[in-house]
Design a protein around this ligand. Structure first.
Ligand code: GLV
Length: 321
């Protein structure tokens, strides 16, 4: 008998499907993560789990769950999972690639438009009753059209972002672990060193995952090298950025502003210094949050769990290298 844990409320249609496979325990909350103690307790007799980024899957948890066969992570990123520990405990891990690519690129693009044209600031201005007349430079921003956009991380999301830029006649630079020649031809993107990318770009867009190599990439030195009129957009992971250095760069006018869907410590508190700056937009990690995409992410988790229960490898297996 399979025993399945789901660590967030999900639509009933998915629970019904899971109930046809085994016994299902669900942490029936939409926004409150399962407390660690209860998570470990619930894991003890489970054979499969569908989890979110809020749950840390580490040695302690895996040790507590001797019957566990599979953990399906409801995200494309899996920095919440210790892959070496999973390998040691012979637990399969899966993620949700592909289905969220376009939705996440769209959010990134929305952030780029919003920060460059000062949409949030402008809306607040109107809400606060400050709109008295038209002004030649009232809330004047920066064009994306004909600008130079540097994408850090040319994976699926980076490419989807670049595709959207084509309609803006922007010059696309990118930096990635490996050069993507096919994308260069298809998207007209130019591979550059990281240094060139940050020095030349009007918009620096981070879509990269968190890995030991990428963590703290965006630090004091990097912000200093960026153009003073450049915007920084992050839809990758918060720990790629040294937040104190970003705050300092904004305070010193070393960059023009930033738009972040991810921050180092989520959720960010309302009194965080970043939230006091007019040239900063922060959204609550909603990159993949369209109803259709979230349905597809849950469905992907379900299929991966089924694969393992049927004795196969999960179709979206991730593993330690
Ligand atoms: C969200 O950040 C994800 O990795 O899917």
């Amino acid at each position: 008998m399979e025993k399945i844990l789901v660590t967030r409320r999900i639509p009933h249609k998915f629970i019904e499907r899971l109930e046809s496979i085994g016994e299902v325990e669900i942490w029936d909350h939409d926004l409150t993560p399962m407390p660690r103690k209860e998570f470990i307790e619930a894991a003890k007799d489970k054979t499969a789990m569908i989890v979110t980024l809020s749950e840390s899957i580490d040695d302690e948890l895996l040790k507590a769950a001797p019957d566990l066969k599979v953990v399906a992570n409801m995200a494309v990123g899996y920095d919440n999972i210790d892959l070496n520990a999973a390998k040691y405990h012979e637990v399969e891990i899966s993620n949700t690639p592909h289905v969220l690519t376009e939705t996440t690129a769209e959010l990134g693009f929305s952030l780029m438009l919003a920060i460059s044209r000062r949409i949030v600031e402008a809306e607040k201005y109107v809400q606060e009753g400050k709109w008295e007349s038209w002004g030649p430079y009232l809330l004047a921003g920066k064009d994306i059209y004909h600008s130079k956009v540097g994408i850090f991380g040319m994976g699926e999301i980076g490419k989807a972002f670049a595709r959207r830029l084509k309609g803006f006649n922007a010059d696309i630079l990118y930096h990635n672990r490996s050069q993507q020649t096919k994308a260069e031809h298809e998207l007209g993107a130019f591979y550059t060193s990281f240094d060139t990318l940050i020095k030349e770009s009007d918009f620096v867009v981070c879509t990269a995952p968190s890995t030991p190599e990428t963590q703290n990439t965006f630090n004091k030195d990097v912000f200093k090298k960026m153009r003073n009129d450049a915007f920084f957009i992050n839809i990758g992971r918060g720990d790629l950025v040294v937040e104190e250095d970003l705050i300092e760069a904004l305070e010193q006018g070393e960059i023009a502003g930033c738009a972040l869907d991810v921050v180092r410590n989520e959720p960010i508190r309302a009194d965080h210094p970043l939230l006091k700056m007019p040239n900063v937009i922060v959204t609550p990690h909603i990159g993949s949050a369209s109803v259709l995409t979230r349905d597809q992410m849950i469905q992907t988790c379900l299929l991966n769990v089924l694969d393992v229960i049927n004795g196969d490898k999960p179709r979206n297996k991730v593993e330690a290298h």
